[in-house]
Design a protein around this ligand. Structure first.
Ligand SMILES: [Zn+2]
Length: 133
């Protein structure tokens, strides 16, 4: 269920540190978007992938995995905050498949775990996230 609410989008993205720039945030079963302008296919696909991840890990597992991966990337890998966020397996899967509208139709359960060990370096430039193969 998509909810248009800049306030809730801001509130939930406080936990990621990207509350000033987040266009959408997902907390099962809701997708909060900043405005109706953000209801575009790649954002909805990206957030629906997060919904699937959160269902599979019963939400609390998704939160715990996010915390563990973030701490590892910050403290062990010494990545800057934004790169640590993009290094998380949930974001790796979502960013790498958000432009494929059929991804969720063909996605195998627990595909997020594939991205635990199969990371790509993301960069953020001009408001867009890109990665190299
Ligand atoms: Zn995301």
């Amino acid at each position: 269920m998509v909810i248009i609410s800049a306030r809730w989008c801001y509130f939930f993205s406080l936990f990621t540190g990207f509350h000033k720039t987040a266009k959408a945030v997902t907390v099962f079963p809701f997708i909060f978007v900043r405005s109706k302008d953000e209801i575009i296919p790649w954002i909805i696909t990206h957030e629906r992938i997060h919904i699937r991840q959160q269902i599979e890990l019963l939400l609390i597992g998704a939160v715990l995995l996010y915390i563990i991966e973030t701490l590892y990337s910050l403290l062990v890998l010494r990545l800057p905050w934004y790169e640590a966020y993009l290094w998380n397996s949930n974001e790796q899967e979502s960013y790498r498949n958000q432009n494929n509208p059929d991804y969720l139709k063909n996605r195998k359960p627990f595909s997020q775990f594939h991205y635990l060990m199969n990371k790509r370096k993301f960069t953020h430039k001009d408001g867009a996230v890109t990665y190299s193969d």
